[in-house]
Design a protein around this ligand. Structure first.
Ligand SMILES: NC(=O)c1ccc[n+]([C@@H]2O[C@H](COP(=O)([O-])OP(=O)(O)OC[C@H]3O[C@@H](n4cnc5c(N)ncnc54)[C@H](O)[C@@H]3O)[C@@H](O)[C@H]2O)c1
Length: 329
């Protein structure tokens, strides 16, 4: 049994509590939030035996094996480093940090403490994405030419006003780093190491420090070109969260509102699974998707020595590197 303590009982914590409850060999035994009501209400709702407003106190519990971090993004490194020093494995929500040097400090702390570090990138587990990843690893694209991702979502001012950390450079970042971070990850996951990045970002309509809209162009070391277009200003509702991949021998587009629907699937060769594409399209009710449960399954299997991690600290760092390039151009 893997015992989990969770810090940050806000919006995304629900996905974590529910995903943990689905695992037969893991349980959440403690939760923490600086807002007392949130910690207490989460404990009551999800039958968690202990809650606290004091993270250090939670870290003293010798029964906790893993800390799940669901606090504002800029706090992930500090909370992760504290957990590592207490000898706990660390699972952090994305992005793992708002700055690369802080991500590196977290990676180093986990390596020095001999604990595992995981970064939640649950969209990698979308069935449609898993299928195109399989085709990619089988070499069906041939030479890679272009990878394009569009994140055309709607986030009204109310959304940013829900918490003071949203849209700030210190604790969140903008559309690229928060809402589109899974798409940034996906583009680099298929594109590989990066040679060059150009970008334009703008805060066109929302009252926030960071960007609500932007475009980035990437040259990968393999010669392929990538682009990512994001806006949180789509009228009147979420329109698209897609990735399109063009290779020498294949064109694939995974669309829907959060990379969950196969919209184009063309390869020069044929494979039996090409006839079953409908099976791989899903229709999640929220843009967070269904992936947290599968993600927990993977990390528990990894802790138990039964699987490779989908995204450890070094893997999570790759999209943060690209984000930093986008913001520094
Ligand atoms: N994987 C995904 O698809 C996904 C989706 C949404 C959010 N997220 C990530 O999850 C994180 C949290 O986002 P959210 O929307 O749940 O935010 P939120 O503001 O709803 O929740 C954050 C919680 O952390 C608590 N908190 C802040 N500082 C704390 C501290 N020092 N100690 C204890 N608790 C503290 C807050 O009181 C709040 O309840 C962000 O990093 C975000 O990027 C990931």
């Amino acid at each position: 049994m893997i015992n989990i303590g969770l810090i940050g009982c806000g919006r995304i914590s629900k996905n974590h509590f529910e995903a943990i409850a689905e695992q037969p060999d893991a349980q959440c035994i403690a939760c923490c939030d600086i807002i007392e009501d949130r910690a207490r209400e989460s404990a009551e709702k999800y039958n968690i035996p202990t809650w606290t407003i004091n993270y250090e106190e939670m870290l003293k519990d010798p029964d906790i094996d893993l800390i799940s971090i669901c606090t504002p993004s800029g706090l992930h490194p500090v909370h992760g480093i504290q957990a590592a020093k207490a000898g706990k494995h660390v699972l952090t929500e994305k992005p793992m940090a708002c700055r690369l040097n802080e991500a590196d400090e977290l990676i180093k702390a986990c390596e020095e403490a001999g604990v595992k570090l995981f970064v939640v990138l649950q969209n990698r587990l979308n069935p449609a994405i898993q299928l195109v990843r399989r085709a990619f690893e089988e070499g069906r694209f041939g030479k890679m030419y272009m990878i394009t991702s569009n994140v055309f979502w709607t986030r009204p001012q109310d959304y940013y006003d829900m918490a003071p950390w949203r849209g700030t450079w210190a604790l969140d970042g903008g559309a690229f780093m928060n809402q589109a971070s899974h798409y940034v990850d996906m583009v680099q996951w298929f594109g590989g190491p990066i040679a060059e990045v150009k970008s334009i970002i703008a805060t066109l309509a929302r009252n926030i420090e960071a960007e609500d809209t932007g475009s980035a162009i990437i040259r990968f070391q393999n010669g392929a070109i990538g682009s990512i277009n994001v806006t949180m200003l789509t009228y009147p509702k979420n329109l698209e969260g897609s990735i399109t991949i063009f290779g020498e021998k294949g064109t694939v587009r995974i669309g829907g509102t959060s990379m969950n629907k196969i919209e184009q699937w063309e390869y020069a060769d044929k494979q039996p699974y090409d006839a079953e594409l409908d099976k791989y399209s899903t229709n999640p009710t929220s843009v967070y998707g269904f992936g947290h449960s599968g993600y927990y399954r993977n990390i528990i299997n990894n802790i138990q020595g039964k699987a490779e991690p989908i995204s450890n600290g070094r893997e999570g760092r790759k999209s943060l590197y690209l984000l930093e390039q986008i913001y520094s151009d």
